[in-house]
Design a protein. Structure first.
Length: 244
């Protein structure tokens, strides 16, 4: 049986077709429309579908999916065996919760620290007791560069890429790059060390737009054996919410 998972963010929509728990199709769209859904349904004939969206204007998409699939709107009320102890579940980011559900399914015998490196970097711990209490949110890589430019008088707006090396700064631009990129690596290692003291068996799952770069940099870390890069983690969590 095929299932359709859709994650709609502020700037793009991520779509995946699953056969049970296997990703058989994935794409990212600037804007998801009815025609896109029609093409996916015609090609894969998914029986179930789910949408997670920060944009509430998704009624046309929902109505179309209701006509052609068994449709579910994702929310923090869907728990799949995870105990949600977040004090304000209505304000919990849906992508954060979906990633936690995915970690629960993928690594049922371990605690998991989910690090989602996008516009912001979020850290969410799912304990070995399968209880979720929350996590932390910090600025993402691009946001840090933008903040230094906007909140100072003379620092430039630094462009960076996955090919950048983390090296000691020999001029203003390289010093800014080193400060931000090495700072993020140190931050992640700090969160791993903190949560290693709480949990004896901890998986660290990187996801999000900057995860590939961070995963590469962390291969020299003492924590490297614990770290997994999973670009489809949020979509996998949505799939778990409509599991058979």
């Amino acid at each position: 049986m095929h299932k359709l998972s859709i994650d709609i963010g502020n700037s793009s929509a991520k779509v995946a077709i699953f056969k049970h728990r296997e990703v058989v199709h994935h794409q990212r769209l600037t804007k998801l429309g009815i025609l896109d859904l029609a093409q996916l349904i015609e090609k894969f004939s998914p029986q179930k579908s789910i949408i997670s969206s920060v944009n509430q204007e998704i009624k046309p998409l929902e109505e179309y999916l209701k006509k052609h699939t068994l449709y579910t709107r994702f929310s923090t009320q869907l728990s799949n065996g995870v105990e949600n102890k977040y004090l304000t579940p209505a304000t919990l980011g849906l992508d954060r919760w979906a990633a936690v559900l995915a970690a629960h399914s993928l690594y049922p015998n371990s605690a998991s620290l989910v690090v989602d490196a996008g516009t912001c970097i979020t850290y969410d711990l799912l304990g070995s007791s399968k209880a979720y209490f929350g996590g932390s949110i910090s600025p993402g890589i691009s946001m840090r560069f933008k903040a230094m430019h906007e909140f100072t008088g003379r620092l430039p707006l630094v462009e960076w890429s996955e090919r950048d090396q983390i090296e000691a700064g020999t001029d203003t631009t390289s010093a800014m790059k080193n400060g931000v990129l090495q700072g993020v690596i140190n931050e992640i290692e700090g969160f791993i060390a903190l949560n290693n003291r709480k949990e004896s068996t901890l998986k660290v799952i990187l996801t999000g737009g900057d995860a590939k770069f961070l995963y590469k940099q962390l291969q020299n870390s003492i924590f490297a054996p614990q770290i997994i890069n999973d670009p489809y983690l949020v979509l996998k969590g949505l799939n778990e919410a409509i599991a058979d």
